[in-house]
Design a protein around this ligand. Structure first.
Ligand SMILES: [Zn+2]
Length: 279
């Protein structure tokens, strides 16, 4: 059976309506304490989801050996690329770090929310629990520059028992990414096959508004270009932003399609509202 790599949220339609009625009191803050808008929160999470799926593309296309969970490897790759930035524009690098923080915040919010409404945690899932993904991301962000992030106050604090090893965790993950780049990196100026992105028209106003922000920022196109500049992928694939009936993103190897569902945008909107009510 062909495996499709999925990035899911546990948000179902039944709980969306309940949450959307929640009032906004304060906005989530980034690692510097600045309040972030819903748009930045959603863009950050879409950027992470896209990079996570591109990591699956890279692993499957180049048959990269993975010891352990491919899902954890994909999370690490996406996080390290956000944290490293590597853009010549300092503002863009700051934004990418904020994207990592926004994604961690969403994982923590997802965990709390699922517990509150008593959705059974998928202990069997190969992604790991959302609260574990939160701490893994938080540790890499903190480990990348402990002085720049002296106190990550978003969501749940990083316990000192974990925090003191985060520098090592980041160094190892960062070294692995360096190895990937030197081993599988693009060696020529040619970017390889053109990657087409298609956008289906969303059905809800929230999805329309958020998708417009994604398109206005050219988030997907710029991320794909950055990916192709770094890694050599021989065969093309398409990217589809479409309705799926579920809040998820995935890499469908058989169809050679990376997809991001409209419903995932709606789910991020709900998580932002929830985080906003908590401060
Ligand atoms: Zn995955």
């Amino acid at each position: 059976m062909t495996r499709i790599h999925l990035q899911r949220t546990v948000l179902g339609c039944a709980v969306l309506g309940w949450l959307i009625s929640a009032p906004i009191m304060v906005e989530p803050a980034d690692h510097t304490g600045h309040k972030l808008s819903e748009t930045e929160f959603v863009l950050g999470n879409v950027a992470f989801a896209l990079m996570h799926e591109l990591a699956h593309v890279l692993i499957s296309e180049r048959q990269i050996p993975i010891i352990g969970s491919e899902e954890i490897a994909a999370d690490h790759l996406a996080t390290i690329f956000l944290v490293r930035g590597e853009s010549t524009d300092p503002n863009q690098n700051t934004r990418l770090k904020q994207y990592a923080v926004m994604t961690a915040l969403a994982f923590a919010g997802l965990w709390d929310f699922a517990n509150e409404i008593e959705i059974r945690s998928p202990y069997w899932d190969d992604h790991g629990l959302s609260i574990q993904r939160y701490y893994r991301m938080l540790c890499l962000i903190h480990g990348s520059d402990p002085d720049a992030h002296p106190q990550l106050t978003i969501g749940k604090a990083l316990p000192v028992e974990r925090a003191r090893f985060c520098g090592d965790e980041f160094t190892k993950a960062n070294r692995a990414v360096d190895w990937l780049l030197s081993t599988y990196g693009r060696k020529t100026l040619d970017l390889g096959p053109a990657l087409e992105t298609t956008y289906e028209e969303p059905r809800t106003r929230v999805e329309m508004r958020l998708l417009k922000a994604v398109r206005d920022r050219r988030l997907i196109e710029l991320t794909l270009t950055a990916f192709q500049e770094r890694f050599a992928i021989e065969s093309g694939f398409s990217v589809a932003v479409r309705r799926c009936g579920r809040a998820e993103a995935g890499w469908d190897v058989a169809r050679r399609e990376l997809f991001i569902c409209h419903e995932l945008l709606g789910a991020y909107h709900v998580l932002y509202l929830r985080a906003s009510t908590r401060g």
